[in-house]
Design a protein around this ligand. Structure first.
Ligand code: NAD
Length: 335
């Protein structure tokens, strides 16, 4: 296949592009290499994915003309759309960048797919769409109409926009709700990197909601495995869709939505203890109240992905954190 990967210099994008290129697909990666976090890390990811099956173009998804010209020229079979302004906390202070990249950028990608014959659009959604839901584990069958951050609202909007394109234009779309992805080459704004850096430098780490938090941490290789299984099978209408009793996980359009998580919530303090043991150093902790926009717990029900694609996450948090910590120490020692 010829595949477009947007956000290819990002954490998930780089690993997904690498795996697609390794299995023989022709991969075009785009990214605007913005400075939301360390640009040298993005460039280093691009360096590790160089291969004869991979080409990179610096491009902004909000540039309608450039994006449509790219789709027209390349005629992709599939598109993996991962470029986004990510992060819950940043969206409290910088909502406009989320509106531009996540809404306008996503519209450009939808248009490119519609106009130039893309057979399947797979795009990143997030566990954050579950927002104020407290029914655990989070299931695709539940309504997600109560986002608690603007970031989550833009991602939920992407799901709705994708549904409209699937319905009106028959564009097969699959949204993947990723649950706290971590691993080597991860994001510096997320807790594994923030905590490892602070612990090793002897700085205080901030623990919100006084530690009463839990996350379904998902190792990068498991995420990429799920993405690859899904991308090869364009979404089709769900035979069980019932318009009189609509289930949010189904549709009469070629539209699907899946959780990708590790099927387990790990308490924040337990996770920090694991990281302390692996790094061989205790954290200096400060306990703070809940942050606006945050949720106390995430926990994925991945049975849909398991039933339809045989997806079973393979990496325990402890193994994944060991691999992350080993990369982190090597990478920053070398830097
Ligand atoms: N990492 C997680 O835990 C997680 C969880 C849920 C959802 N997601 C979603 O998965 C996707 C990938 O996340 P990630 O962790 O790899 O994030 P990331 O920030 O590392 O990757 C996103 C990439 O998109 C690029 N980008 C941003 N705006 C762009 C624009 N306007 N034009 C072109 N490129 C642009 C960035 O430069 C970055 O390299 C995102 O859509 C994110 O919202 C991630």
């Amino acid at each position: 296949m010829k595949v477009l990967v947007t956000g290819a210099a990002g954490f998930i994008g780089a690993f997904a592009a690498k795996r697609l290129a390794e299995r023989g697909d022709t991969v075009v990666g785009i990214d605007n290499l913005n400075d939301y976090y360390d640009v040298t890390l993005k460039q280093a990811r691009l360096a590790f994915l160089q291969s004869e099956n991979f080409r990179f173009k610096a491009m902004d998804v909000i540039d309608t003309e450039a994006i449509l010209a790219l789709f027209e020229k390349e005629r992709f079979d599939a598109c993996l759309h991962l470029a986004a302004q990510a992060g819950v906390r940043y969206s409290l202070k910088n909502p406009l960048i989320y509106a531009h990249t996540n809404l306008i950028g996503f519209t450009n990608v939808l248009e490119g797919c519609r106009l130039f014959g893309v057979s399947h659009l797979v795009y990143a959604s997030t566990s954050s769409v579950y927002g104020a839901n407290r029914k655990l584990p989070f299931s695709e069958h539940d309504a997600v109409d109560h986002p608690v951050s603007f970031y989550a609202a833009t991602k939920k909007s992407n799901e709705l926009m994708a549904h409209a394109y699937s319905h009106v234009f028959g564009l097969p779309t699959t949204g993947l709700r990723f649950f706290t992805v971590y691993g080597p080459w991860g994001r510096p704004d997320m807790s594994p990197m923030l905590f490892a850096s602070a612990i090793l430098a002897g700085r205080t780490i901030e623990i919100f909601n006084h530690g009463a938090m839990a996350r379904d941490f998902t190792y990068i290789d498991d995420i990429v495995e799920g993405v690859l299984r899904v991308i090869d099978t364009p979404a089709t209408p769900s035979p069980s869709y019932d318009a009189l009793n609509p289930d949010p996980a189904t549709s009469s359009a070629p539209y699907r939505i899946y959780n990708i998580g590790n099927q387990g919530a790990v308490n924040l303090l337990e996770y920090i203890e694991m990281l302390e043991t692996i790094l061989g150093k205790k954290a200096d902790k400060v306990f703070l109240p809940m942050q606006p926009g945050d949720v106390a717990e995430t926990f994925a029900d991945v049975s849909l992905l398991q039933e339809q694609f045989g997806f079973i996450p393979q990496t325990s948090l402890e193994d994944g954190l060991r691999r992350f910590a080993s990369w982190y120490q090597d990478y920053y020692r070398a830097a």
